[in-house]
Design a protein. Structure first.
Length: 178
């Protein structure tokens, strides 16, 4: 059963329930995937996904940029029409967390609350990638960074091809083991 991640409404296999407010949402296929990506980014970032972010992920998955643009516009209109009170606020892996104010100590340290660490999918080692972009401090956990890289590289993967098997075959040939 499909669940709209932003307002929690449920639909039948691949789409919304007949007569629901979400009948404009695609039921399946590549157009539905654009909407799923927009929902994922919105959940991850805690704000509405931007066209460029959605388009980049769609292209990374081997999708069509024009389809991404068209479906993003429809998703954005759909998103704007949703009741804001129904958006999720519960923290968990990949979910948005309501904005919070953190205090930075004089030595530059601050504590990231548990719900934010969970939403960031921060591992026990606590390692993050850090950058400052347009005056904003951005922290990305290794798990999230890895998934982003995998999504970008997915378009280069050929169906039925195993890069690991190919690599091992090349090494065995080089070492004379075949």
């Amino acid at each position: 059963m499909a669940v709209d991640v932003l307002d929690g409404t449920r639909g039948g296999p691949g789409g919304p329930a007949p007569g629901s407010a979400l009948t404009g949402r695609p039921r399946s296929g590549r157009t539905a995937r654009v909407w799923e990506i927009a929902d994922e980014i919105t959940r991850e970032q805690g704000r509405r996904a931007e066209r460029g972010e959605v388009r980049a992920r769609v292209l990374a998955e081997g999708g069509n940029g024009n389809t991404a643009n068209t479906q993003y516009q429809r998703w954005k209109e759909h998103y704007a029409a949703r009741p804001r009170a129904r958006a999720p606020t519960a923290a968990g892996p990949g979910r948005g967390v309501p904005p919070q104010t953190l205090r930075v100590a004089p030595d530059g340290r601050f504590v990231i609350p548990l719900e934010i660490r969970r939403a960031m999918q921060l591992g026990a080692d606590g390692q993050v990638s850090v950058r400052v972009e347009a005056g904003e401090l951005r922290l990305v956990s290794q798990a999230v960074a890895l998934r982003r890289v995998q999504a970008r590289l997915r378009r280069y993967r050929k169906p039925g091809e195993s890069v690991v098997d190919q690599f091992l075959a090349e090494r065995r040939a080089m070492w004379g083991e075949e």
